[in-house]
Design a protein around this ligand. Structure first.
Ligand code: AHG
Ligand code: MN
Ligand code: MN
Ligand code: MN
Length: 338
């Protein structure tokens, strides 16, 4: 007595998503579930390789520059190849957009399916060589019945995504996903090779105690951001404690913490990065989608991120996301300085 037996009713990601889709009657073909299986496989492969990177000579530069002008790391290239191969082979995709490819990839007829996937194969790559958390971010659009799968199918507001998520490769591999019906988090059980539901129905606290900005850019920040940061570090109310700073420099890790603990994550546009740094399609949209599904807010400071209509696949945007009350406090500074 008192001894706990292991659970016999494991909720895997595949089971959970399939159940949900069948319940809602939204994907009776199971196509989305199969597409997510391809993404899960790449996440498992990457979780494994990120851990071994130092041992199998996967750290360091690949020797090429991507369209963003960033030096690609070996793991950026590897992750990208794995994602593209798995997504193509799934037979469920029509158009792919990756941070590491200047042009969108159009899947040949033999493998063509009804979904578009926009992705950041390896997020936080500047952190790899130090063994700090990195991740993969993805967003999924459904191709309209009338379309053969063209670039316009991904130049759509984030609110039209049918699913979005990320996998964080940290002390464990965590896959967090929303299919538009709340947010669920799964942890990779390495022995089973399955993502198991560990964080059902994630909700962001309505207020947090943490802010997450690269304050090293303060010199370039515009007045609303400077004013807001000042207000949380030196609260006008003497009895209020200032916020804690946490900034990892991997969006996946900073957003993951924000979803679980609350607070605000920000990467504003500034005098140096006029349009901001983070990419709309495969960084801001998926994270904004998850944030809203978890009950939080994601804004540019003046506009809801999910409402933006993209005009090009690699365009950048300002991003503030997190707890409702914290993000609204920041928005007040944008209104004040408007
Ligand atoms: P990536 O590694 O995919 O190019 O993304 C890097 C992004 C994001 O992960 C992070 O939030 C941000 O860049 C960090 O930028 P700074 O180093 O300028 O703080
Ligand atoms: Mn990059
Ligand atoms: Mn990134
Ligand atoms: Mn990346």
């Amino acid at each position: 007595e008192g001894q706990q037996l292991p659970k016999t009713d494991l909720i895997t990601l595949t089971r959970h998503v399939l159940d949900e889709q069948l319940r809602l009657g939204s994907d009776v073909t199971g196509d989305l579930t199969l597409l997510l299986t391809a993404i899960q496989v790449t996440s498992k492969f990457l979780a494994h390789n990120v851990r071994k990177a130092r041992l199998i000579n996967l750290v360091g530069l690949a020797g090429e520059t991507n369209v963003q002008g960033e030096d690609q790391k070996k793991l950026d290239v590897l992750s990208n190849d794995i994602m593209i191969n798995a997504l193509r082979a799934s037979g469920k995709t029509a158009v792919l957009v990756s941070e590491e490819n200047e042009e969108a990839i159009f899947i040949e007829d033999r493998y063509k399916g009804r979904y578009c996937v926009v992705f950041d194969p390896l997020d936080g790559s500047s952190n790899i060589d130090a063994g700090v958390n990195v991740g993969t971010i993805f967003g999924i659009y459904h191709v309209p019945a009338s379309s053969p799968g063209v670039i316009q199918d991904v130049l759509r507001p984030g609110s039209e995504m049918v699913a979005a998520g990320y996998t964080m490769y940290g002390s464990s591999a965590n896959l967090v996903i929303s299919t538009g019906n709340g947010v669920n988090g799964y942890t990779l059980d390495n022995a089973l090779g399955e993502f198991i539901l560990t964080h059902p129905d994630i909700k962001i606290p309505s207020r947090g105690k943490i802010y997450s900005f690269n304050e090293g850019n303060s010199k370039y920040f515009y007045p609303p951001v400077v004013g807001y940061l000042e207000s949380i570090k030196f609260p006008a109310d003497e009895k209020k404690a200032p916020y804690s700073a946490r900034y990892i420099g991997s969006m996946v890790a900073d957003v993951h913490r924000t979803l679980l603990y609350g607070g605000i994550f920000g990467y504003p546009n500034d005098k140096k990065s006029k349009s901001g740094k983070l990419r709309l399609l495969y960084e801001a949209f998926p994270m904004a989608f998850l944030t809203e599904q978890a009950g939080g807010i994601a804004t540019t400071g003046t506009e809801r991120i999910l409402d933006i209509v993209p005009t090009s696949i690699h365009q950048r945007t300002s991003v503030f996301l997190g707890s409702k009350e914290d993000v609204l406090d920041l928005v007040k500074f944008y209104e004040k300085y408007a």
